[in-house]
Design a protein around this ligand. Structure first.
Ligand SMILES: NC(=O)c1ccc[n+]([C@@H]2O[C@H](COP(=O)([O-])OP(=O)(O)OC[C@H]3O[C@@H](n4cnc5c(N)ncnc54)[C@H](OP(=O)(O)O)[C@@H]3O)[C@@H](O)[C@H]2O)c1
Length: 349
């Protein structure tokens, strides 16, 4: 383990392991960590491609040797990133923690505090419920106080990252009207959000030239994760309607979020609230009045762009992120940086 204190660089490079390096988030993580000034990639796993190198799958990627999970040297690393499907992640987290590593899990396995809610939405008993209490929900901007001590970080989902960054200021400030209907998040995601394994509804012919909503209203698995955070910020938060759409682009998420404003919140006061919340944030930009967030503001970066458009007593927030970076691997590295007291933007600028 490296010796570090807050705001210091580690004396030697952190040793990082990537489990699930051949998936879209694993590959993006490998690219970020490869150029990170304070990290050395110690291993990268794949079950299907063990024995090969990552650049054979992704020609622009690093030539990392791939090993199967069983052969990953867990006890030789400081941090293990889990880029695995839910249910596969939890047992891998247990093994990595037992070996003495800290864990950043990109799956949904440790995002929900209540194992009964996990069972309801994911259709199985939680594989490691004893770890749920200590897992820190790593929406970095609002988790900095807990990250330095965390052994296990649950990286937020991609849609939730955009929607929660859009909603936190108004929820925490009590600016949302009670009794005037739900919060509404209308979101669009690029196809990499569904992962690399081919599925009928994400292959080229189904997606190109098409645009489709799916799991609309209150059916998507990211809903309980978002409502958990919203209730942490405001126990009286209204229900959330969440309508995701599949956008025929490779990457990026744009969420348009409709908020019923409490009485007395003028356009100027709302803008000041968001600007104050995010003025010191390296990765969250509140756009000038009249501008809306677009994918072009954020793709291939760890940024979240937020546009504000108050219309009478409704606030329309547009929030854009790159699902694979701020929505997954970039935020995971941002969390790692805070956990070890490394400059928060290291590897991500
Ligand atoms: N895609 C996104 O935008 C996004 C954003 C935020 C969070 N996430 C979450 O991050 C995780 C990874 O997502 P992804 O999009 O990168 O997925 P993906 O492209 O489908 O890749 C999955 C990876 O996990 C490995 N894998 C699959 N099943 C496994 C199993 N049973 N045991 C061990 N390894 C297994 C695969 O390895 P092989 O080489 O053996 O196939 C592959 O490396 C998921 O939990 C996802 O929900 C994704």
């Amino acid at each position: 383990m490296n010796q570090t204190t807050s705001n210091q660089q580690p004396v030697t490079a952190l040793k990082a392991g990537i489990m699930g390096a051949t998936g879209y988030t694993g590959y993006e993580l490998a690219r970020i960590l490869e150029r990170h000034p304070a990290v050395e990639i110690a291993f990268a796993t794949s079950e299907q491609y063990a024995g090969q190198t990552l650049d054979l799958l992704y020609p622009a990627g690093p030539a990392l040797s791939l090993v199967c999970a069983e052969e990953a040297p867990l006890d030789g690393v400081d941090v293990v990133f889990l880029c695995l499907p839910h249910a596969a992640s939890a047992p891998a987290a247990v093994a990595a923690l037992e070996a003495g590593a800290r864990v950043i899990d990109l799956s949904a396995d440790f995002r929900l505090r209540d194992p009964a809610v996990y069972a309801e939405w994911y259709g199985l008993e939680h594989p490691a419920p004893a770890l749920l209490e200590e897992a820190v929900y790593g929406l970095t901007e609002f988790a900095r106080d807990r990250l330095p001590e965390a052994r296990l970080v649950a990286n937020p989902g991609c849609y939730p990252t955009s929607i929660l960054l859009a909603l936190q200021p108004v929820l925490a400030a009590g600016a949302v009207a009670g009794g005037r209907g739900p919060l509404v998040a209308d979101s669009k995601s690029g196809v990499s959000g569904a992962g690399r394994a081919p599925k009928a509804h994400t292959h080229f012919v189904e997606v190109a030239g098409n645009f489709s909503p799916y799991k609309i209203g209150r059916a998507h698995r990211h809903l309980p994760e978002m409502e958990q955070a919203l209730h942490d910020w405001s126990p009286a938060a209204p229900a959330l309607l969440f309508s995701p759409h599949l956008l025929p682009v490779p990457r990026g998420i744009l969420s348009t979020v409709y908020v019923p404003l409490a009485a007395g919140w003028s356009e100027g006061a709302v803008r000041e609230l968001y600007e104050q919340t995010y003025c010191d944030e390296p990765f969250v930009s509140v756009l000038p009045a009249g501008q809306v967030a677009t994918l072009a503001h954020v793709t291939h970066s760890n940024r979240c762009a937020i546009g504000l458009a108050p219309v009478g007593d409704t606030l329309i927030v547009t929030a854009a992120i790159d699902n694979l970076i701020k929505g997954a691997s970039g935020q995971a590295v941002q969390n790692m940086n805070v956990m070890w007291g490394i400059e928060e933007t290291a590897g991500l600028a």
